[in-house]
Design a protein around this ligand. Structure first.
Ligand code: NI
Ligand code: MN
Length: 227
């Protein structure tokens, strides 16, 4: 079965690949644009990019209900362990590991990571995930950085970029990110969740078509990309 990535809205994804379901940044019940409920989603693995509530979201509840293994930085894994999440896999920036669904490399992200209760959430990250059909780069919450050129050297089938501005890259820098990463396809996230991150994804897609070789994909929450 092809790998299918369903956008949960904001930064969240549900990824069906092989026999596994991988949730990334499962911010669901407080997410005003999510169409599902945290108590209904399946998960074998959870990837959490940083400590902010719009990314850790419902991770504790989902992990406890499903027994899914949570992949996150060391500090977030420690915090989850203190909340009854026993199945954690701690990583740190630059490290990779071969999970049953594919290799995950933790990449740098320029952001912050405090957990909802004020605990130290370590360093924020992105994820480069090698699925059987190709590499997907989830930039997660970050500003633009020139080392995206190195990440792109791995060969990116799909880049997932924030575009909301204010807390992350905005449209101009997300366009620069595409030029550095040189992905085959690119999809936008972290916009239109709240008025503060309002963007016009169709206008951005026109610029991608005009200025890069990448194919822009514009999704509504609940829609999917097939690798
Ligand atoms: Ni954040
Ligand atoms: Mn965020």
């Amino acid at each position: 079965m092809a790998t299918e990535l369903t956008w949960l809205g904001h930064g969240g994804w549900s990824i069906a690949t092989g026999e596994h379901t991988v949730l990334l940044d499962p911010f669901i019940d407080e997410n005003p644009v999510a169409l599902v409920k945290a108590d209904d989603v399946a998960a074998d693995f959870l990837l959490v990019s940083h400590g902010h509530g719009d990314h850790t979201g419902d991770a504790v509840r989902i992990a406890r209900r499903t027994g899914a293994q949570v992949v996150a930085n060391f500090e977030i894994c420690q915090w989850l362990s203190g909340r009854g999440v026993e199945n954690v896999h701690a990583m740190n920036i630059g490290g990779g590991f071969d999970f049953p669904f594919g290799r995950v490399k933790m990449t740098v992200a320029h952001h912050s990571s405090m957990l909802p209760d004020g605990a130290d959430g370590g360093s924020p990250c992105g994820f480069l995930v090698s699925f059987p059909e190709g590499n997907v780069y989830f930039a997660c919450d970050t500003g633009l950085f020139y080392d995206m050129t190195l990440i792109g050297a791995a060969g990116i089938e799909l880049a997932v970029l924030p575009v909301g501005d204010n807390f992350t890259m905005g449209p101009d820098d997300a366009l620069e990110a595409v030029k550095l990463l040189r992905p085959r396809r690119v999809v936008l996230v972290h916009f239109n969740t709240w008025p503060l991150v309002a963007q016009d994804p169709d206008a951005w897609a026109d610029r991608i078509n005009e200025e890069t070789d990448a194919k822009p994909v514009v999704l509504e929450p609940g829609e999917k990309i097939i690798l």
